[in-house]
Write a protein that binds this ligand. Structure first.
Ligand SMILES: NC(=O)c1ccc[n+]([C@@H]2O[C@H](COP(=O)([O-])OP(=O)(O)OC[C@H]3O[C@@H](n4cnc5c(N)ncnc54)[C@H](OP(=O)(O)O)[C@@H]3O)[C@@H](O)[C@H]2O)c1
Length: 289
């Protein structure tokens, strides 16, 4: 493995891909708060990046011709894995263009090798391991932000419904801000190189228990509607359908139920509970938390 340049030396430059997303935005804010860090906010729509102290940077998985410019001079890079079939190849190609000394933090997912090492998620991780860069892999459980994001469950929850396919399994929901806090440490400190962190919240909750907490926070009863996997994937096609089906198969198998203390071990403070997250979000669940 090539040795990384010290991110603490000079004015370290960090590229955060997916800067408008659930982990990218809080990560960028944490990095900006560190004096002297040059934070590049990667987005396929850079004109809409509006985060104090962050330099909007054109970065699209659809446009490899822009990767050289986006990664020029970076000391570290946070990669939000694109959920598409060619993600392993894209990540490998991006890292070929990235300065050799740059430290890489990849956002993967909990229990990524459930399907064995030939699966899509481990192959995306392998692209990072094989790149020659110093790397850290983050494997988080499901984000609590799916409850506050209008692209996921927010509107259904505020209407009193949580449609999901758990098969009775629990999930150790994690606050994306805790993932960001771990990413920030891993981008800046070489002690995290070569580490794979399975990241979870402090407890695994069944769907009925999750719905109880959502009900209390929403000020109305939220009812779980247990779906089959076929119902969940209905209306999706191609790779999205495959990934959705596999993800819910893994939910039902308990892939996201294992609780770890990695957030506390890396950041020095415990992971946020769902109760605290929801109290922070406040009804009717502000977006962006
Ligand atoms: N959500 C969960 O519970 C969960 C749990 C475990 C793992 N994960 C993994 O975490 C990753 C992020 O998922 P998420 O749902 O939370 O999404 P997200 O980070 O909230 O949003 C996706 C990001 O991708 C960016 N993006 C979209 N099209 C792009 C393109 N063509 N090129 C470059 N960037 C593009 C978007 O920003 P712009 O539009 O600004 O480009 C956005 O910031 C995925 O790999 C997912 O599998 C998610």
């Amino acid at each position: 493995m090539k040795s990384p340049r010290s991110v603490g030396a000079g004015r370290p430059r960090v590229l955060v891909t997916g800067v408008r997303g659930k982990t990218g935005m809080p990560l960028a804010r944490l990095l900006v708060a560190q004096e002297g860090v040059d934070v590049l906010g990667g987005s396929s729509n850079p004109t809409s990046v509006d985060i104090d102290g962050v330099r909007p940077t054109a970065f699209s998985w659809n446009d490899p011709s822009g990767w050289k410019a986006a990664t020029e001079g970076v000391d570290a890079m946070y990669i939000v894995r694109p959920d598409r079939a060619d993600a392993p190849d894209l990540i490998g190609a991006l890292l070929d263009e990235t300065p050799a000394g740059a430290r890489i933090v990849l956002l993967s997912e909990q229990d990524a090798d459930y399907m064995g090492t030939d699966g899509w998620a481990p192959r995306a991780e392998q692209a990072v391991r094989d790149s020659g860069h110093a790397w850290t892999i983050l494997r988080p459980s499901w984000f609590m932000q799916v409850f506050t994001d209008p692209r996921f469950y927010r509107d259904q929850i505020t209407d009193g419904l949580l449609p999901f396919s758990s098969g009775g399994a629990s999930l150790a929901w994690i606050d994306a801000r805790d993932i960001a806090a771990v990413a920030e440490r891993a981008l800046r400190n070489e002690e995290h190189a070569g580490r794979v962190y399975e990241l979870t919240g402090p407890e695994a909750l069944s769907l009925p228990h999750t719905a109880e907490l959502l009900s209390a926070a929403a000020g109305r009863t939220v009812t779980v509607r247990e779906l089959t996997i076929d119902e969940v994937v209905d209306g999706t096609t191609g790779f999205e359908r495959e990934l959705f089906a596999l993800t819910f198969e893994r939910v039902r198998a308990g892939s996201f139920a294992q609780v770890t203390d990695s957030v506390e071990r890396v950041t020095g403070r415990p992971a946020r509970s769902l109760r605290d997250f929801l109290a922070d979000a406040g009804p009717p669940f502000r977006h962006g938390i």
